[in-house]
Write a new protein. Structure first.
Length: 187
């Protein structure tokens, strides 16, 4: 008898992830591998060279601490119990900016592209932001990341700014595009 392969990603929040010790113990290592592979292939994730394991572990530790303080959300996507993507947002720390958060990262393993993982992660993070009372969720993306930009527009994010040729990767220059999802206008 063959086992069925999951076609839809299973998206867990930070609490659900922590409640499964088997998944939690592998999370940081697999998240590092996803980021390293994507960045090495030229993905627009904020690094020119693949981040180290320690850098990713420190980043995830910061995010988990912020989640515990109510200042962030973390989502992890699995296909057949294999981590294939993750994303998070962080609340702005300035007192005047506290009702707002920045969708910092959504990373999906190359093998899972086109499977709805990025959409599922982003939808979950949007729901988390609403539940946390976030008024405006912002993000920025590299201008050549057309798939991500299309995804964000399809989820009602609107462009509110662009810095032409702002991102430098070697000799290449890309626009930095700013998007926002204003929950105040949707209520």
């Amino acid at each position: 008898m063959t086992s069925a392969v999951t076609t839809e990603p299973v998206v867990l929040d930070a609490v659900q992830l922590a409640s499964d010790p088997e998944l939690e113990v592998r999370f940081a290592e697999t998240a590092h591998q996803i980021l390293a592979d994507l960045v090495s292939a030229g993905a627009a994730l904020g690094w020119v060279e693949a981040p180290s394991r320690d850098e990713v572990a420190g980043l995830l530790g910061h995010v988990v601490s912020a989640v515990q303080a109510g200042d962030a959300a973390l989502r992890a996507a699995y296909l057949d119990r294999q981590l294939v993507g993750f994303g998070y947002w962080l609340r702005y720390v300035r007192p005047t900016h506290r009702p707002h958060a920045d969708l910092e990262k959504v990373a999906v393993a190359a093998a899972a592209h086109g499977r709805g993982v990025g959409r599922a992660l982003t939808v979950g993070l949007i729901a988390d932001a609403r539940d946390a009372g976030i008024e405006v969720l912002t993000l920025d993306a590299r201008g050549d990341n057309t798939n991500a930009l299309h995804l964000y527009r399809s989820l009602s994010f609107t462009e509110y700014g662009r810095l032409p040729d702002f991102v430098a990767v070697g000799e290449h220059r890309y626009d930095k595009v700013f998007y926002m999802l204003d929950f105040r206008r949707q209520d």
